[in-house]
Design a binder for this molecule. Structure first.
Ligand SMILES: NC(=O)C1=CN([C@@H]2O[C@H](COP(=O)(O)OP(=O)(O)OC[C@H]3O[C@@H](n4cnc5c(N)ncnc54)[C@H](O)[C@@H]3O)[C@@H](O)[C@H]2O)C=CC1
Ligand SMILES: C[N+](C)(C)CC(=O)CC(=O)[O-]
Length: 321
């Protein structure tokens, strides 16, 4: 079984934060993009988000012919997918909604067009249950902002063909991404399991009055956050074990895991906790608008990506190593 991997037309269903990020990435790679979203005013909101991202994409370098004008917004699912070579769904994270949407998408799509879902952690075997040609259906879980962050987790369901996983990896690579094949279909995949643990503990720290949202963000951005862009937890902790490496690290810090410092269940989302988090982050936002902070974030990310790429090259490594 073969799937389309040379893509000219990219279909995006759902054009919120993540869908618009996919649209911007695909446009920047010189593709024609067709988008659909049922919300009133969705087309204007999408074009505004793409415009806000375009400056960063220009700085990063556009493919020949890349233009926001190659985006066409349509009014039906069928029109969106019928001529598409690759389809990416970024609809709200609700199982029933995705189940129904994918039965319509897959029925109208070319049979050999791959279908990816941006879900953050739902299981593909479940929401592709009613899909036509389920062997071409995968999860392609991206990270915000999708147009700059390279990681995409690729996950197959019980009926996904291994060849479709490889084909999807090829397509995401052609969009400049760094696919990571999640070999076992588990809720939350790999990255969101880790991010959820951090998020849960951050909420506990606010709930227990230990720290404000700003202080917790400081604890990340001036410490581990800086090193995470080029070295993950396992290699970082190997170095933290000194010359004796990971075995010494495990012997020294392993017992603390039995205390443990962290809680497993999430805190109850009481009105007070929600207010504390919303008020804390409003203070952090200050007078900046979300789009201004998105441009600031994008500039920082471009600088970090460039620094990591240049430094890796000096050490004989490729960016995707
Ligand atoms: N926001 C994030 O940080 C990330 C989200 N994701 C995933 O991406 C997907 C989309 O999330 P967001 O973009 O954050 O949500 P969002 O709320 O920003 O956007 C969702 C969009 O879907 C549209 N929509 C509503 N009903 C729809 C339907 N029946 N069919 C198609 N579109 C519909 C909405 O009008 C809205 O524009 C979810 O599966 C989420 O788990 C993945 C990575 C990160
Ligand atoms: C909060 N979230 C689970 C939707 C986050 C993600 O899925 C990935 C990200 O961009 O952090």
């Amino acid at each position: 079984m073969t799937f389309i991997t040379e893509i000219k037309t990219f279909a995006a269903l759902g054009s919120g934060v993540i869908g618009s990020g996919w649209v911007a990435r695909a446009l920047a790679h010189g593709l024609d993009v067709v988008a659909w979203d049922p919300a009133p005013g969705a087309e204007a909101a999408l074009r505004k988000r793409v415009a806000n991202a375009w400056g960063a994409l220009e700085k990063q370098g556009l493919a020949p012919g890349a233009s926001p004008q190659r985006l066409r917004f349509v009014s039906t699912i069928e029109e969106c997918v019928k001529d598409a070579d690759f389809i990416q769904e970024s609809a709200p994270e609700r199982l029933e909604l995705k189940l129904e949407l994918h039965s319509k998408i897959s029925a109208a799509a070319k049979p050999d067009a791959l279908i990816g879902s941006s879900t953050s952690g739902l299981l593909p075997s479940e929401f592709y249950e009613g899909s036509t040609h389920p062997e071409r259906c995968v999860v392609g879980h991206p990270f915000n902002p999708v147009y700059l962050l390279p990681l995409v987790e690729v996950v197959g369901g019980q009926r996904t063909a291994p060849a479709a996983i490889q084909a999807a990896i090829q397509v995401y690579e052609s969009l400049g991404m760094r696919p990571l094949h999640v070999r076992k279909e588990v809720p939350g995949f790999i990255a969101d399991r880790l991010l959820e643990a951090l998020w849960r503990e951050a909420l506990h720290l606010v709930n227990d009055g230990v720290a404000t949202t700003g202080e917790i963000d400081d604890a990340i951005r001036f410490g581990a956050g800086l090193r995470w862009s080029f070295m993950g937890t396992f290699l970082t902790y190997t170095l933290a074990g000194g010359d004796a490496g990971m075995r010494h690290f495990m012997a020294q810090f392993g017992p603390a895991l039995q205390l443990p410092w962290t809680y497993l269940p999430a805190p109850e989302l009481t009105d007070k906790l929600i207010d504390d988090v919303v008020e804390g982050t409003a203070e952090q936002l200050g007078s900046h608008s979300i789009s201004a902070l998105e441009r600031y974030r994008d500039d920082c990310l471009l600088a970090v990506l460039e620094a990591v790429k240049t430094t890796k090259a000096k050490h004989g490594m490729h960016f995707h190593d």
